[in-house]
Every structure is written in C-alpha cells, then in structure tokens.
Ligand binder design. Structure first.
Ligand code: URP
Ligand code: ZN
Ligand code: ZN
Length: 457
C-alpha cells in the first residue's frame, strides 16, 4: 500500500466512525478498524478527523472581468485550494461572444495540465448561442466530460447576459444531453436603473453597490429561473444564493418536486450588507452583494434543513489597487472576493462550534457537489473512490490573514477571522500536497475530472 492513515475519526455525509484508511494507486483500497498491512507511509491521525477533500464548485481563475483579470491564475488558485483542503475545483471559462466553447475548453485544459495543483473540472459559461452552433457544440462538450454550463441573467453591459429565450433553449438542451444549467440570477434592468439614479445623485460609495442590487433584485431573477426550469421540467443549479425571498422560491420548487439545486457561499453566511458601510467596503464588493441579517439567517436555516445543496466560494479575488478604482464610484470596483482556501476551514469551524454537524459540512462541501455534477470518483471516503483526503485537527486554532494564505492576492475579506480547528494535511489521490501550513505538491499534479452525463441523485 502507498499510504495508511491510522486511528482517525472518519466523517462522511451520513456518519462518523473510527477506522484506518489504506490507499493504493491513488484510490481508497481498504477502510476498517486496525488494518494489519504494510504501507510506504503511515500517518497517525489519533484525535483528528479524516474527511473527503472538498470540491469548490465555483471559482473564477484568471478570469477577465471588470477591466482586469482575477488575481489568482490556475496555479496559485489551485495551490491555495490544496492548502484549504479543496482537492477539486470547478472553474468557469467564459465564452467570448460569437466564439466556440470547444476551443475555449481545450485552451483551459492545456493551461491546467501544466499548472493545476488539484483536480479540476469546468462549467462552461455560455454568453451567446452563435446562431445555434453552441447548442450543437454542447453535445461534444458533454462527450468530453463537461456536463454543466452556466449562464448569467445579469452583466448586460459587460456582454455576458443571456435573455430568457436563450435561457430556455439552454435549459432544454441541457436536459436532452443529461447536463445541467447553472444560473447567476439578478435583474439587470433594475440594477442599471438604480445605478443611474445613484450616480446622478452623487451616491457613489460601496454601500450603493448593495442598494443598486438589494434583496428583491436578486429574488426576481431567482424566481424567473426557477419558473422556467420548473415549467420546462429541466434541472437547474442556482449559484451563490444570497437572499431569503429567492431561497424561499427554491424551497417551494424543491418541495413540489422540481430538480432545483441551491448553492450558497461562506461570505453570505458570514457577512451582511453592513460591510459596505465600512471604509474598506469596496473590498467586499461582489455580485450578488451580501444582504441583510434576515437573509443571512435564512441561509443558515436552509443549510440545516437540507434546502441548500452546496457551499462553494465564487473565488474571484482582485488586488487592492484594482478595488481602489472604485473608491469614488462603486461601478468601477471589479466584482469578486477571495475564498477558495477558506471554504472548508470555515464550514468545519461552523461544525466544530455547533452551528452545523461535521456530516453536513462534508455533505455540502464534498459529497453533494460530486453527486450533482457527476464526479463519480470524488466526494466521499469509500473503497474505490479517489484518495482525496483531508486530516483536520479540531483543536488547532487559526486566524486567517493574507500572510498565511497561499494565493496571489494582497488582501482578503477574511482577514482576522478566527477559526477553531484547521486542516493539517491534504492528500490528492494519495499524494501529500499540503502539510501543516505549507504547500508540498507540484503544479501540474492536478488532473481533469471527466464527468458522466445524467449522473445525479
Ligand atoms: O462578484 C462576483 N461574483 N464575481 C465573479 C463573477 C460572478 O458573478 O460569479
Ligand atoms: Zn455570479
Ligand atoms: Zn461566480
């Protein structure tokens, strides 16, 4: 055997138990008490929790946006992922209007082959059907293992938005192919109207980013997406849910049997729109913005009652000087914040301090994203699965700072956040890639996760 992890408490989405894990050829080979076997490396995990590597189902690496490119590329973003216990990231390559998606995917794969420090998959963002050519290309993309696509109901001026007819065609085509459509839901016309008014009135601080796209602006688009998906009987995955009213529409649709999945992010669980009143409010500017306390509490409640399926990060950091472009005009702030290295530690801290269970943290950060997006070999600790393993010390205290992160950004919205418990080791298919604060893997070690259509539930 390559690796034996002894005496740990294994956590799955359903249960916890004491067991040893033996790994061979990158897979979990055996799971049981007191395994009497020889291994090249033996690790004593007594007093520690042993968890499946997390899957961050929402990152934007090297993404051109807001007049610049997000600060983490494929190497630094996936290095940070490894150091936060994330062993698979989903990136969102964005189709250039009129461009092909197959070439886009091929170009991203070529970069990741050289640079990725953890395994990777893509949800391909479609901005334009290109006279229907994209609907044909989708079949090839699915055959290549890209079984999820995204569209924006927002970012109209940026040329990334799709209209309702395009959304409809995408939902139907995805259903036909056994794929799924992910949607960023906000209403662009209301945002533009509010923005024009605020700028005309000289209201330019980060607070007006929130006020230009408050709860009901997100809720309208959430409900519209759910409406289409429900009536077309097509699967839908709503990304970065941040508002109570939209969430309630999803809960209602789920209860009525619609195949609607809901993702939220740590920033919506932790912060409220009050952050936009801070002097550094622009650093928290992302879309959708953080909402009021009622929404924040509704998200925690939905997490505990099973109506939130996944927690992912929307990792899309920008440097301080770029955020500063919007010091006097919130519309010039590149939208997005850091998070990939904080996802699992944050959710596990929530478990360690009693807000959720450890099983729930594993479910929403690993098992559910693997299930919803068809990552057969990932997402749980079971014989035959990839040996993507995190060893977590529930007694290690950690304070997040830009100084102890492994990304390329120069600030983080998580600065000063104290966590009780922290990952101490990450294994990617049995290879140690993170050890007690240090990245110890090699760029290029990550592999493409080829997914299988129709594999959900
Ligand atoms: O503000 C954000 N979320 N930036 C990244 C792009 C997106 O909308 O997900
Ligand atoms: Zn988005
Ligand atoms: Zn995003």
């Amino acid at each position: 055997m390559e690796l034996l992890i002894r005496n740990g408490t294994i956590i799955t989405a359903k249960e916890r138990f004491m067991a040893d894990i033996a790994v061979n050829e990158g897979k979990i080979a055996l799971l049981g008490r007191d395994l009497q076997i020889e291994a090249n490396r033996t690790v004593d995990a007594a007093g520690k929790l042993v968890l499946p590597g997390a899957i961050d189902a929402h990152t934007h690496l090297a993404m051109p946006f807001g007049g610049t490119v997000s600060a983490d590329g494929y190497q630094s973003g996936t290095r940070a992922a490894a150091c936060g216990g994330v062993t698979t990231v989903f990136d969102y390559p964005i189709q250039r209007r009129g461009g092909t998606i197959l070439e886009l995917i091929a170009s991203k794969k070529a970069i990741c082959e050289q640079e990725a420090c953890v395994d990777y998959a893509f949800h391909c963002c479609i901005t334009d059907l290109n006279d229907g050519a994209i609907l044909s290309e989708m079949a090839q993309a699915v055959a290549e293992g890209i079984t999820s696509f995204k569209c924006f109901l927002v970012y109209k001026k940026e040329g990334m938005m799709v209209d309702d007819a395009t959304l409809t065609l995408l939902l139907l085509r995805a259903k036909e192919l056994g794929a799924i459509i992910n949607v960023h839901a906000e209403n662009p016309d209301l945002i533009d109207l509010n923005t024009r008014r605020f700028l005309a009135e000289g209201k330019t601080s980060a607070w007006y980013h929130y006020l230009s796209r408050p709860e009901f602006v997100e809720a309208e688009a959430d409900k519209r997406a759910v409406h289409w998906a429900t009536h077309l009987n097509a699967p839908l995955y709503l990304v970065h849910m941040a508002d109570k009213e939209g969430l309630e529409a999803c809960v209602h649709a789920k209860e009525s049997g619609a195949e609607v999945y809901v993702e939220t992010c740590p920033q919506y669980l932790e912060y409220t729109c009050d952050v936009y009143k801070r002097p550094d409010g622009r650093n928290f500017v992302c879309s959708p913005p953080m909402k009021g306390e009622e929404s924040r509490l509704a998200l925690w409640h939905a997490l505990n009652t099973g109506f939130i399926d996944t927690v992912a990060t929307d990792h899309c950091p920008f440097q301080s000087y770029e955020k500063d472009w919007g010091r006097d005009d919130f519309t010039k702030i590149p939208n997005g914040c850091a998070g990939v290295e904080n996802l699992y530690p944050y959710m596990l801290d929530a478990a360690n301090t009693g807000k959720i269970t450890f099983e729930k943290a594993v479910e929403v950060c690993a098992t559910n994203p693997a299930r919803i997006f068809g990552c057969r070999e990932k997402g749980s600790l079971a014989v035959g699965k990839d040996a993507d393993i995190v060893i977590y010390d529930p007694n290690k205290d950690f304070t997040i700072s830009v100084e102890n992160m492994h990304s390329n950004y120069d600030h983080t919205i998580w600065e000063g956040k104290r966590l009780h418990g922290y990952p101490v080791q990450t294994y990617l298919r049995g290879q140690l890639v993170y050890n007690n604060g240090a990245y110890v893997g090699a760029p290029g070690q990550g592999r493409f996760v080829k997914r299988v259509p129709g594999e959900r539930n």
